[in-house]
Write a protein that binds this ligand. Sequence first.
Ligand code: SF4
Ligand code: SF4
Length: 196
Amino acid sequence: MKRGDLPGKGEHDMSDPIPWSGGGLLEEVRKRSGTEVGACFQCHKCSTGCPIGPDMDYLPSQIMRLVHLGAEKEVLDSHAIWLCASCEACTARCPMAIDIAGVMDALRIMAIDRRIVLPDSRGKQFHRSFLGSVRRHGRVYEMGMMTAYKLRTFDLFSDVDKVPQMLAQGKLSLLPNRSGDMKQLRETFRRAEEED
Ligand code: SF4
Ligand code: SF4
């Protein structure tokens, strides 16, 4: 599969066997995330609760498995780690108390450390939408963020059937909640733009 091709729904072609490459990656992710990622037993609860899963090349549980296999290239090249919105729905569902959102954070930092280029297209668009939402509301306003992301990727109507269920489960809110010190947040964004 070429970079930029997005199978979505975690439908990455897993038919090519990925050999076990030692425990180095697992150990690094464990140290960087501060969570016992090795305890994952592939129950898939994280994947079924992930609101971004339909757009990911690897679902959160598949990312965990790839980390176990030491498949560094597959993990750090994946779109999934950039699409993750850090909503922590997965972390809340994990029966082994693994901080999966923290693992995704650690993997993004590892990709940046290794100078792996941010995947084009959807990953970048998602992060622009995510940061735009935080800048305006002081936290992620999921409905606004998803609408901005869909508009930017010209993909407004896919997954629209999932919205009622997500609203019912409290994963989406129709109205934004402002929180935190907005003045300080704007100052943080201004400084980050100056440093950029
Ligand atoms: S934190 Fe990331 S991986 Fe976990 S449920 Fe949210 S979007 Fe999915
Ligand atoms: S919910 Fe936890 S144990 Fe289950 S697949 Fe996800 S990380 Fe692994």
